[in-house]
Design a binder for this molecule. Structure first.
Ligand code: FAD
Length: 319
């Protein structure tokens, strides 16, 4: 499905469609606060998204562990003071096996039961740590499963959930999209349970990823990562970082100098993108919040998700 002018207006569920069931997974991405003044917006976001009863919230981790302390603190606070279940991002580039083993063990000790196993970005991991090192996310998945085995008693014989990154648009270092899918298959074979996608702007990219992945034999859920398309500067930055072109119609919609009109257009474009991903068979939605809740919740308001009927928009806005 493409971005289409025939979409229902904002704040109205699509006509003639039953509400999506509670089986649609819902999650949000948060990042640890960079300074004391960032804590306020973060915690307002945490309290607001808590009311939507997400399945989990993911907490980012700087490549090389440069925000290790802040990430662990946020994970601990989420576990100790909220009802949210954290999924801890963990990168392997730039750290030794011993350092990463200690990190996983510390996370388990806090009560973390889900890890998003990532390689990390090359340019952010310099200087690289001494060997032995883990080169790819696949190596990290194996290490997480090894640490898990050593902690079986602590986990009451349960398993950790391991998520991985997937790419609707080719990863900048991959020669082909086919390689991305082969890597995803290898990550599943190494022990990954589910995948979250990098940001994408065209729903066909996500749909094509699903088709390629299933043909290649990937069976794990591939959950689309949806970024609110309301702040053009941010959209441009992420597009550059991820090496993804912004479609001209989206640029057009966001080009108005009227702030309210631009935000409305951005929310609608994000709603259309999320709806199209669900229509393509997405098993859930992972919302990149940038530690702000209003845009994500407005997009959810627009989607016909029955799991959210317990919460009303005015209640959320009162947070
Ligand atoms: P990999 O799966 O290891 O792939 C990296 C590259 O190596 C790809 O080009 C792949 O094709 C290639 N490759 C993989 N295996 C092999 C192999 N065996 N042989 C040859 N080539 C191979 N970054 C952060 O620093 N912190 C975060 O918190 C963070 N969160 C993220 C969350 C999501 C949902 C996503 C999608 C990305 C996130 N990233 C984060 C960015 C991520 O670290 C980068 O995209 C990174 O460049 C690749 O990570 P990966 O786990 O996909 O790596």
């Amino acid at each position: 499905m493409s971005l289409s002018p025939t979409q229902p207006p904002q704040n109205q569920p699509p006509q003639n469609q039953p509400p999506r069931g509670p089986d649609i997974a819902l999650s949000y991405e948060l990042f640890p606060p960079r300074n004391a003044s960032a804590r306020g917006p973060l915690w307002r976001t945490i309290r607001a998204i808590e009311q939507t009863h997400p399945d989990y919230v993911s907490v980012t981790f700087g490549t090389g562990g440069d925000n290790r302390t802040e990430a662990l603190e946020l994970l601990k606070e989420l576990l100790d003071t909220t009802t949210l279940k954290p999924l801890a991002h963990l990168t392997c580039l730039g750290n030794t096996v011993d350092e990463i083993t200690a990190m996983i063990t510390e996370m388990l000790g806090l009560g973390v039961r889900g890890i998003l196993a990532l390689r990390g970005d090359k340019d952010k991991a310099l200087p690289l740590a001494a060997t032995p090192a883990l080169n790819y996310a696949e190596d990290l998945i194996r290490l997480v499963r090894t640490v898990e085995r050593h902690n079986t008693a602590r986990l009451a014989a349960g398993r950790l959930a391991i998520g991985v990154a997937a790419y609707a648009n080719r990863h900048p270092e991959s020669p082909t999209e086919l390689q991305d899918v082969e890597v995803l298959l290898a990550k599943e074979a190494a022990g990954a349970d589910f995948a979250l996608t990098q940001v994408f702007f065209d729903p066909r990219a996500y749909e094509n990823l699903l088709t390629r992945a299933r043909r290649a034999g990937v069976t794990i859920p591939i959950i689309p990562g949806i970024m609110p398309l309301t702040v053009p500067r941010r959209v441009a930055r992420i597009s550059e970082m991820a090496g993804i072109e912004i479609p001209a119609p989206l640029l057009d919609k966001l080009s108005t100098s009227d702030d309210a009109a631009r935000r409305k257009a951005g929310i609608q474009a994000t709603t259309d993108l999320a709806q199209a991903a669900l229509d393509a068979g997405a098993p859930g939605l992972h919302l990149y919040t940038f530690n702000q809740y209003q845009d994500s919740l407005d997009v959810l308001d627009n989607l016909n998700l029955s799991r959210l009927t317990r919460v009303t928009a005015p209640q959320l806005r009162a947070v």
